[in-house]
Write a protein that binds this ligand. Structure first.
Ligand code: ADP
Length: 468
């Protein structure tokens, strides 16, 4: 059953139950506490008595007294007085005699129905009878305690009276119900919207953003939903980006591996079949095979690095090391490698020891990566610079070249995995190197920065804290 139907049903049932309960309790309390006379019974008693009196030949005391006594025995709470036309008592069931003035008698008639509830005053009713043109009066009185106390029993004598209290009563019953119905239906509407929005959450399309500024639980739930939907969208974007990267990697990899492999196979077959003309050609062929194999080896190394980083298994073994010594060794390697090539190499490493707590092999890999890039992508500048500077608790490693550089718009993506300037050129890498460098630097709680002015200077600056 849907919530609105359930609410209507509950409301209806509770209205019926509460009304029944109200009436039943009213009647019950009436029965328990409302014993006594009401106006109707008093009138009926008087009427019965007047009928009996009417049967008598005269209305004198000796004729009337037995009737009054008989009724007094049946109704001991009631006092009956038989009054002659001059206002004097002919008989009083209380045995008293009075002489009522005309005003006193007239008052009884005038106040009859209105003056029923005087605090301590007895309630009196007056009736008149006539015999042979002579008026007589029957006075009936009783204490207010002997009357019924219940409102229902006493006041509800006409439909008008009934409406006068039933309408307010019904209204007071229904208003809370309608208010709670309104509350429930607004809650229901808001939950419905939330439900619909949740149903449509999907990683492919934008989620519905719900507006609910109220501070209650549903408002909080709506805000949680909004932030959850945004998170899902963000994560879906990241997954999509990652997937695209993987696809790109696979297609680049198959291309980048196939090209050198084809060359290796071609040259190896030539050598194997003895189809080279002289020793020189053999040397050249084997040099190409060696170069291409090294390139493939490097690619596979990078792939291994990626796999390690993906599995969060970049193991880092920190120990104190002399960084200037490590940097001097790297510089010497590259000077040897570039010897005879039109490259000028600038080395700016202090002679004294620069101690830092690092993983030496990881830092060496990062620096070599930057140096390889400077040679590969910055070769137009024919310059390679390597430096080390100590700045208080921080050491700075600098690798620079004067080649084509990196345009400002590429700076924010350059350390992202698989990113290659201009989508990459033939024979260039997979766009992994700089992302690995960044991971290594950050695993040392360091920071990497790029400053590049194309064809003037491109500088990579690694800042590492000396002690972790
Ligand atoms: P790869 O592993 O393919 O070399 P990197 O992450 O090392 O990729 O570099 C990403 C891109 O950054 C390269 O494709 C290249 O275009 C650019 N790049 C990196 N270093 C330099 C540099 N010193 N000068 C110019 N461009 C560079």
């Amino acid at each position: 059953m849907k919530n609105p139907t359930r609410i209507w049903l509950i409301m209806l049932i509770s209205i019926v139950i509460s009304l029944l309960l109200f009436v039943w309790l009213l009647l019950l309390s009436g029965k328990v506490w409302d014993t006594g006379y009401d106006l109707n019974t008093l009138n009926a008693v008087s009427q019965e008595m007047l009928n009996a009196i009417e049967q008598q030949n005269t209305y004198e005391k000796n004729e009337i007294q037995p009737i009054l006594d008989q009724f007094h025995i049946r109704h001991p709470a009631l006092r009956f007085e038989w009054i002659s036309s001059d206002g004097s008592t002919l008989y009083d069931t209380y045995g008293e005699t009075h002489k009522y003035s005309f005003e006193q008698l007239a008052d009884r008639f005038i106040n009859m129905p209105n003056n029923l509830w005087g605090e301590d005053k007895p309630i009196t009713l007056a009736y008149s009878a006539n015999k042979n043109g002579q008026p007589y009066y029957l006075l009936l009185s009783l204490s207010s305690d002997a009357m019924k106390q219940g409102q229902l029993y006493f006041f509800v004598r006409t439909f008008k009276a009934l409406y006068s209290w039933v309408l307010p009563l019904l209204l007071s019953f229904f208003v809370p119900y309608f208010l709670s119905l309104w509350l429930f239906s607004s809650v229901n509407r808001r939950i419905g919207k939330l439900n619909q929005a949740l149903n449509q959450v999907n990683i492919r399309s934008d989620a519905i953003v719900l507006e609910d500024k109220s501070k209650d639980e549903i408002g909080q739930l709506t805000r949680h939903y909004n932030s959850m939907a945004q998170r899902i969208r963000r994560q879906a974007d990241e997954i999509e980006q990652f997937e695209n990267g993987r696809k790109l990697l696979l297609s680049n990899l198959s291309h980048d591996l196939r090209t050198p492999l084809t060359m290796i196979l071609g040259y190896a077959e030539t050598i194997h079949a003895g189809l080279y003309s002289d020793e020189n050609e053999l040397r050249t062929s084997s040099k190409v095979i060696l170069q291409r194999s090294r390139y493939m080896d490097k690619l596979l190394d990078q792939l291994l690095d990626i796999a390690r980083l993906d599995g969060d298994t970049l193991e880092i073994h920190l120990a104190p090391h002399n960084l200037s010594e490590i940097m001097r060794k790297i510089a010497a390697d590259y000077m040897l490698f570039l010897d005879g090539q039109s490259f000028s190499v600038e080395v700016d490493i202090p002679d004294e020891d620069v101690q830092a707590v690092i993983d030496a092999s990881l830092i060496e890999r990062a620096v070599r990566n930057l140096m390889d890039n400077a040679i590969r992508y910055g070769n137009e500048g024919h310059f390679l610079g390597i430096g080390l500077v100590e700045e208080g608790d921080v050491v700075c490693i600098i690798v620079k070249d004067k080649g084509r550089g990196i345009a400002p718009e590429d700076h924010k993506f350059i350390f992202e995995r698989f990113y290659r300037v201009g989508g990459g050129r033939k024979g260039e890498g997979l766009g992994i190197g700089l992302s690995i460098v960044k991971e290594i630097v950050e695993s040392h709680q360091g920071h990497i920065q790029l400053i590049s002015t194309p064809h003037v200077e491109t500088l990579f600056l690694i800042r590492l804290p000396k002690n972790k």
